[in-house]
Each structure stands twice: as structure tokens, then as C-alpha cells.
Design a binder for this molecule. Structure first.
Ligand code: NAP
Length: 255
């Protein structure tokens, strides 16, 4: 079935757009008519995403921007490049860049804790702040910020103290941003994926994935497109009365 065209004339910035869930989100938003700024640390994979984007709507224009979302100078540079290319702020921002550095708590290094918090939590903070500032200073209110959290942030997971803490933080950040930014018409929501088949989960041993699949009521791991469907809804006016919430996309998994 063809995607609806809910995002014509909408500029979207998607971090982590070079891989997995972020790539599927870029593709889905472009299918709905959005122009997409694909942001990633990995220029090659981001360019692969760029090649796969839809260009069916007149004026649709996509760009790749390399950035480390954990660095404020890098995020600032992204915003400047977007401003000079599109002469308008993004109306949609999706924070999908994320990393894991799994280790049991008793052995978890400070460096692994800090790096996961920097990318997974500070990154969404920097992007949310930068995008919101650009919308507010443009004088044209309205926007949708979508942060990719994780079901693990709600329930914890063995070997993921750093990751679970970062994702729980993303929900707190998003709920607070929703309260502060509502007066500018900017909605902020979190999507909580369960276990999705991407390069990130490729690192998980197959026997663990098989065990997890057996626990999922819908009987399979999720696909990146399952998350992209929800992000497209949250990006569009179909969700115009939804802010400050978290949507679980887990196939019914409750750990
Ligand atoms: P992925 O395939 O590894 O994609 C993540 C992308 O983010 C990669 O292209 C990665 O580049 C990029 N990235 C990493 N650090 C970055 C940085 N500092 N600045 C900019 N980009 C950076 O992972 P995924 O599975 O699609 O995950 C996407 C999001 O969903 C993450 O936030 C993840 O925590 C969340 N999530 C995933 C699952 C799942 O089961 N897959 C479940 C719950 C939540 P490199 O490849 O070069 O590192």
C-alpha cells in the first residue's frame, strides 16, 4: 500500500539516519513527501541512505550531514548547514543515533558509561535544543520532535546499566521538553522500540535473539519499518493532540 503524503513541504532531520531504524525513518518520511537531512557519524552509510530516498514530490530535497551528536559544536554546524541550504528550520526532528557498550554493572567502565550517555542522552538534548531554538527564532511556531528511547529504559536489562539509564533519561528529557515547548506548538514524544532487527541487534548472540522472539506475543523481532510507521504518525498532524508521551512498539513484549 502506498504511504500517505502527510509530510509535503516538511523538512525533517534524522540522526543515526545511516543505519537500521534511522534509515527506515528517513525512507518513510521521504515517501510521505518530506525533505530529509540524514545526519550520521558514518558518511558512507548516510550516503547509502540518501540514495534510497523518495523524490516523488516537486521541491523535495535531501541532504547528508556528518555529525557527532554528542558534541555541541558538531550539532551547531549541522544546524548552520541546514539553515544555509533550506533557509528554514526543520519542522520534524528524530533522534535515532545511539550506541551500546554492554557490560555487567560490576565490570562496567566509567568510559563506557560516559560514552553511552553522551550519544544516547546528551545527543537528543543537543538536537532538541538546537531544533527548538531554530523554530522559535524563526517566529513560525510548530514542530514535532521524536526521540527513540527503548523499552529497556523502563524495565532495565542485564548488561545494559548504561544504556537503560540513557534511555530512561531520554523519556524524562522528552516529557520536560514537551511541557516547555508546547507554547511554541512543538510536540515532543518518545518511541520505545522492543527488539528490532538492525546492525545493533546483530551483535546479540542468535540463541539470545531466539529466546527473545519466543517471548514476544506477536512472535517475531520488530523490523525498522515498524518503528518508522509510528515516527511518521508522530511527525504528522494525525498526532496533533499527542505530546509528552511514550509509545511502546514491542510486539507486545513486556520484560
Ligand atoms: P544502528 O543500526 O547501530 O544505527 C545507529 C546509527 O547511529 C549508526 O549509523 C551509527 O553510526 C550512528 N551513530 C552512532 N553514534 C553516533 C553519533 N555520536 N552521532 C551521530 N550518529 C551516530 O542502531 P539501531 O538499531 O538502528 O538503533 C537506532 C536507535 O534505536 C538507537 O537510539 C537505539 O538505541 C534505539 N533502539 C534500538 C533497538 C533495537 O532493537 N535495534 C531497540 C530499542 C531502541 P555507526 O554505525 O558508525 O556507529
Amino acid at each position: 500500500m502506498a504511504a500517505p503524503m502527510r509530510l509535503k513541504s516538511t523538512l525533517a532531520v534524522v540522526t543515526g539516519g545511516g543505519s537500521g531504524i534511522g534509515r527506515a525513518i528517513c525512507q518513510r518520511l521521504s515517501q510521505e513527501g518530506a525533505s530529509v537531512a540524514v545526519v550520521d557519524v558514518n558518511i558512507d552509510s548516510a550516503n547509502e541512505t540518501l540514495q534510497s530516498l523518495s523524490r516523488g514530490v516537486p521541491g523535495q530535497d535531501h541532504v547528508v550531514l556528518t555529525a557527532d551528536v554528542s558534541r555541541s559544536d558538531s550539532v551547531l554546524a549541522v544546524m548552520e548547514q541546514i539553515q544555509s541550504r533550506f533557509s528554514a528550520p526543520p519542522r520534524v526532528a528524530v533522534n535515532s543515533a545511539g550506541i551500546t557498550r554492554d557490560e555487567f554493572l560490576l565490570r562496567l567502565s566509567e568510559e563506557s558509561f560516559d560514552s553511552v550517555l553522551s550519544v544516547n542522552l546528551k545527543g537528543p538534548f543537543l538536537i532538541t535544543q538546537a531544533v527548538a531554538r531554530s523554530i522559535v527564532s524563526s517566529g513560525q511556531n510548530g514542530g514535532s520532535i521524536i526521540n527513540i528511547g527503548s523499552i529497556v529504559g523502563k524495565v532495565g536489562n542485564l548488561g545494559q546499566a548504561n544504556y537503560a539509564a540513557s534511555k530512561a533519561g531520554v523519556e524524562g528529557l522528552t516529557k520536560t521538553a514537551a511541557k516547555e515547548l508546547a507554547k511554541f506548538g512543538i510536540r515532543c514524544n518518545t518511541v520505545l522500540p522492543g527488539f528490532i532487527a538492525t546492525p545493533m541487534t546483530d551483535k546479540v548472540p542468535q540463541k539470545v535473539l531466539d529466546k527473545i522472539s519466543g517471548m514476544i506475543p506477536l512472535g517475531r523481532l520488530g523490523q525498522p519499518e515498524d518503528i518508522a510507521d509510528v515516527c511518521a504518525f508522530l511527525a504528522s498532524d494525525d498526532s496533533k493532540y499527542i505530546t509528552g508521551t511514550s509509545i511502546e512498539v514491542t510486539g507486545g513484549l513486556y520484560l
